[in-house]
Design a protein around this ligand. Structure first.
Ligand code: G1P
Length: 288
């Protein structure tokens, strides 16, 4: 069976309440890190990993996300008339030329597992990737490309993981880890958002997944877990023993852009990496 990943799902229907008032009128995925919105960084990461089908699980009030990936004739005409070729290229918003865009709605906030299930028709029983755009990973090879390179050989369910401080496990899906093999960690069990006393380890899932097509059938059971929500963590845990499951220790630094401090840190880190020397000097002076 081919393990090539061409489809990526972006669960972007959430309300972004941790980032009010910034997200009152603007979806959190549209907040910019340096010069492009979070969702565009996520799309570019997926495109760099070879994805060509981009599935947005969204909500009617978050129309700005789909607008960002649509044609913008008003801009196009203006820029063409003025001969601004550089700016015209920036209208592409990071999608590859052969991209297929699929929009689907999550009609109720029933959890991440439910959001992913809403993409079932687009994934067609095949393995697919999931990116949570508010988790950013900074590295020259994107986190998803690192994962797809491993996935060809192993298949199953694969999640990006990193160690978090012991008192932070309640914010993540946490692994009960087994044998290690290079960057891969066998997953014997999973717990969603455990308090530190109940956490099987401090190895936490961050927002990158490659999921076996069978996950959709498990999710369709609509079992509620932590917080009364349908959790992707529980569905993956249920498949352990049937579908191989691994954690992947990725290369790079991860920023949680779903909260203010993580978002500001990401902006600074990406500005330092992408800005010119003059900007870097000014930023350093500000910090000093
Ligand atoms: C979700 C998942 C959790 C994972 C986290 C990564 O939680 O449910 O397992 O560790 O993303 O960011 P959320 O951040 O949506 O509460």
């Amino acid at each position: 069976m081919s393990h090539k990943i061409d489809t990526v799902v972006f669960p972007v229907a959430g309300m972004g309440t941790r980032f009010l008032p910034a997200t009152k009128a603007v979806p959190k995925e549209m907040l910019p890190v340096v010069d492009r919105p979070l969702i565009q960084w996520a799309v570019e990461e997926a495109a760099a990993a070879g994805c060509t089908r981009f599935v947005f699980v969204t909500a009617p009030e978050k129309g700005a996300i789909m607008s960002h990936f649509s044609d913008a004739p008003h801009y196009q005409e203006l820029l063409e008339a003025r001969g601004k070729t550089k700016e015209l290229a920036l209208l592409e918003a990071g999608l590859p030329a052969n991209a297929e865009i699929i929009e689907t709605f999550q009609d109720a906030p029933l959890g991440l597992g439910h959001a992913i299930w809403c993409a079932r028709e687009a994934t067609d029983d095949k393995p697919f990737a999931v990116i949570l755009p508010d988790d950013m990973v900074q590295h020259t090879t994107g986190c998803l490309a690192q994962m797809t390179a491993q996935y060809e050989a192993i298949g199953g369910n694969l999640v990006a993981v990193e160690n978090v401080p012991a008192d932070q496990t309640y914010r993540y899906g946490v692994l009960d880890p087994g044998a290690e093999n290079g960057a891969l960690v066998e997953v014997k069990g999973l717990v969603e958002k455990p308090v530190p006393e109940d956490a099987p380890s401090t190895l936490a899932i961050i927002g990158r997944y490659i999921l076996d097509g069978q996950i959709m059938e498990t999710l369709s059971e609509f079992k509620k877990g932590a917080g009364g929500e349908i959790q992707i963590t529980d569905a993956m845990a249920e498949l352990i023993g049937t579908v191989p499951m691994n954690g992947f220790r990725f290369q790079g630094t991860r920023y949680d852009c779903g909260n203010r401090d993580g978002f500001l840190e990401a902006n600074l880190a990406f500005a330092l990496a992408h800005g010119d020397d003059a900007l870097r000097q000014r930023l350093r002076r500000l910090l000093d």
